[in-house]
Write a protein that binds this ligand. Structure first.
Ligand SMILES: [Zn+2]
Length: 69
């Protein structure tokens, strides 16, 4: 991407509502279009199970490793 000086390149989709918005470095909610979207996304993230797949397996490996030594 070499069009950093192209104003059109600063238009992007809000991760929350997918609305096309213009990048505003002064927007405290960026990359979201608003604080509302930012908060909604966080709530959705917190309500879903975002645990890293395989994490319990790692714990099992570590546990058995400790027991075997
Ligand atoms: Zn939005």
């Amino acid at each position: 991407m070499t069009d950093q000086n192209n104003p059109a390149a600063r238009v992007y989709a809000c991760p929350g509502c997918k609305t096309s918005i213009v990048w505003d470095s002064a927007n405290p909610a960026k990359p979201f279009c608003s604080e509302k979207c930012k908060n909604q996304d966080f709530i959705a993230w917190a309500n879903e199970d975002h645990a890293i797949p395989g994490s319990p397996v790692y714990e099992d490996i570590l546990s058995s490793d400790l027991e075997n030594h």
